[in-house]
Design a protein around this ligand. Structure first.
Ligand SMILES: [Zn+2]
Length: 242
């Protein structure tokens, strides 16, 4: 057992020395098919834990918005997006590796029928997948480094457990800025008002101010700086300045 650990460590060190592990973009270490394998298993775990909404209108709504937003960009090759509503009160939405996107009923209720806000949130989740944020997180880990080439079954399970555990996962500030920027790009190009996501951030902030921290803020940390950056980016786009 000790020898196995030592061998793994040696392999990681050798990869690091060869520059394979840290010498290139971490997301490039992870194949799309590995990302999809992890996402598929994580999606099964999520759906075994939380009830998928049987409300056809709610599912239709998030699908219509999601498909419309995807038509404004070039979806990544090998990724099939799936949009589902979970019958959960928490105000939250999340994306799994490989394109499984879940929106909680509580979040839809919180937008109070404002489609621009809902579209902004869905666009943000698409942004995490399009920008390969899951792959970047995996690629940064020595756990993935050990399995370069293809993940073993055990590694797929470990990663799936992590992504399916919504209490563990929290995006970095950099990931959030990137996903916000992409959300504004997609909604700006769409039939929705790109101000929607920023308006929704203000709603969440107000909720937090009342002592009710929406679950969305745990997985997608929100700061005043983040809101200001998003607003400034949108204003630049509106005025045609890049
Ligand atoms: Zn996010």
């Amino acid at each position: 057992m000790r020898r196995q650990v030592a061998n793994r460590l040696l392999l990681v060190l050798a990869l690091a020395a060869s520059g394979m592990l840290w010498g290139c973009a971490p997301e490039s270490l992870v194949s799309t098919s590995d990302e999809v394998a992890v996402g598929r298993q994580a999606a099964a775990e999520v759906e075994a834990t939380y009830p998928v909404s049987r409300d056809p209108a709610a599912n239709q709504l998030v699908n219509d918005i999601g498909r419309h937003l995807l038509s404004q960009t070039q979806p990544r090759q090998g990724i099939e997006y799936t949009f589902k509503v979970l019958d959960v009160n928490d105000v939250n939405a999340f994306a799994l590796p490989g394109g499984w996107i879940y929106i909680n009923r509580g979040l839809i209720d919180q937008t109070r029928g404002n489609r621009d806000q809902l579209a902004g949130v869905i666009a943000h989740e698409i942004g995490h997948v399009q920008a390969k944020h899951h792959a970047e997180m995996m690629g940064r880990s020595a756990l993935y480094g050990i399995a370069i080439g293809a993940l073993t079954k055990g590694n797929v399970t470990q990663w799936a457990n992590l992504f399916a555990n919504l209490n563990l996962l929290s995006w970095s500030r950099k990931h959030e800025y990137e996903a916000d920027t992409l959300a504004i790009d997609y909604t700006f190009a769409s039939r929705y008002n790109a101000q929607g996501i920023i308006d929704f951030f203000r709603v969440l902030q107000a909720e937090q101010g009342r002592g009710r921290t929406p679950a969305f803020l745990r997985t997608h940390p929100l700061t005043e700086d983040r809101i200001e950056r998003a607003q400034a980016y949108l204003n630049r786009k509106k005025s045609g300045v890049r």
